[in-house]
Design a protein around this ligand. Sequence first.
Ligand code: FPP
Ligand code: MG
Length: 347
Amino acid sequence: MNSLTTHDLRPAQAPNRLLDSLPGTDPELAARLQRRLALVEERLLECTRGDSTGPAATATSHLIGAGGKRLRPLLALLGAEFGDPEAGGVVDAAVITELVHVASLHHDDVMDSAPTRHGVPSVNARWGNTMAVLTGDLLLARIAKLAAGLGQGAVQLYADTAGRLVRGQLRELSSPPGPEGQPEHHFSVIADKSGSLISASVRLGALQAGAPTEVEQALGVFGEHLGSAFQISDDLLDITSERTESGKQPGTDLAMGVPTLPVILALTDTDPGGAELRDLLEHADLSEEPARTRALALLRTSPALDRTRAVLATHIHRAHAALTPLPPLPARHTLTTLTTALLGRTS
Ligand code: FPP
Ligand code: MG
């Protein structure tokens, strides 16, 4: 086993690049968020190593060390801006959101037999499935402990979110009632798999900072739409990009038979012009060339792509609308630009 741990790849104090990339963020807010994100980073390493030693400690902290955008902690800290951002427990709230994400990736990568995550070997690829599942479970235990330290509201939110994540995964394994039921089935899967944790992240920050209940609820609605938009933009990138920002080759989901929204919408299309594409999607082995390249080319010019963009735009519009009644703080502006940036990466 390589003695160099992946922590060496991520300097704890490096500025968060996602935050840096957002135009027009108030400089005072940006400085506060970067300072708080550095604390989150330190605490993440502390919590993932915990009292483990040897391979268990290395495997549990592997993905945290490998990087990631830290979208969820950033959202938690932005949510906290609607109360007292320096309140006790806000940093731990942000830490919890990333740990839930990482724990779910330990398990998801086992389910998908994924060889890599965040550009490094996945936990399952490096230490095996048993270790990946158990270290994911260890993270869940540590999250429960952290949440208990924050109070009943945090525990409740964590329990509800973990339940929705698992139900989303389970529903993804089940078949929808028929082809016409597929889009609705997919929307409910992505709401639970992606919307739930994004929404809980921004809410948990607001809750710990003592923001008013109606503000926390509006942020929750915002997060649900942002999370679904995020998943749909990933679905789009699988078709449209040369290479996605996570390093995935275009057509990876297609090759693995992952039901993304453009594919689902192409299958519900009845236009004769889409017959060749439907035939490929239904009958061809898309893990093989040239079928995959042909399917990708047809998808790129199909009406399903525009319909997918329209669904994405609706979520982005609803996310923005949820922010409108909130106090016009610099954090509201940053949440708005973060959401708009999603549209930019798929156009
Ligand atoms: C990535 O999906 C996975 C998720 C968004 C959620 C995974 C949830 C579970 C495995 C349930 C268990 C939850 C906990 C809290 C332990 P993807 O495979 O579509 O995306 P990818 O391409 O990034 O792998
Ligand atoms: Mg996966």
